[in-house]
Design a protein around this ligand. Sequence first.
Ligand SMILES: [Ca+2]
Length: 264
Amino acid sequence: MTIVPAGGVFSLIEAAEGEEPTAQKQIATMNFTTVTNNLPNAAITFVNSPVDLVTRDAASNPLLTRYVDGLIVFAQGLEGDLAGRNAGSGTFEAADVVQVRRFVAGLDTPVLTHNEFQRADSAPASVGGDGFLSATDVVQTRRYVAGLDPSRSAGGPGAANSGPIAPPEALREAGSREIRIGSSNASTGSRVIVPIEMRSNGDEMAVSFVLRYDAAKLGNAIVELADPSSGAMLTANVDEPGVIRVLNRLRQRVVRRQREGSDG
Ligand SMILES: [Ca+2]
């Protein structure tokens, strides 16, 4: 984005409304249909083609920014089917109980590339888990393995509820500007909403970037402002399957006309 002074008697003076404090916020959301498939995940990645990734300040200078790709993890397999790691084996066996006990004890950690946590967090069974790994998940897995409960497709929380709490703003590293695709969990043959988040330093005026996704797994992309009342202006091109081009002017400008002295 460039600011072009208008010719003639008047020029356009654009001023940013009060600069925002350093903050993490959603700047946009993407909404996809998820194509029915049996794959573990779909990546959404920043690419430097056909245009560079760039964040600019009010004077149109590029700003150092870190870009973090995202991953949509699909709900695959059966609740409690864990042995064979990552994707499960498709059947129940004693080793599933051994594996869930290892997760609950913290001896193993569910991988983030597959829905291992979702299948390990099986209790309460009625809701496919509660976001916590505990002894009740071991009991429920044993019931699936013993055939006491009918098997259920993977469902419920895709990640632990007890995630780390972000440090207070003041403790964050200065100059750590970042744009991140939020990772999400989704069922296949459904829809998924993926946030685009920005950790800003307060001087950003506009961001533009290109994202790629696998059009065999995701489709019908829609990109919208996370907060339509923010005054930001979003332009998104989703015409080409697998590619999303975004220009997001983050802050509203107050535009006023000012008489130039020499032409008075
Ligand atoms: Ca649980």
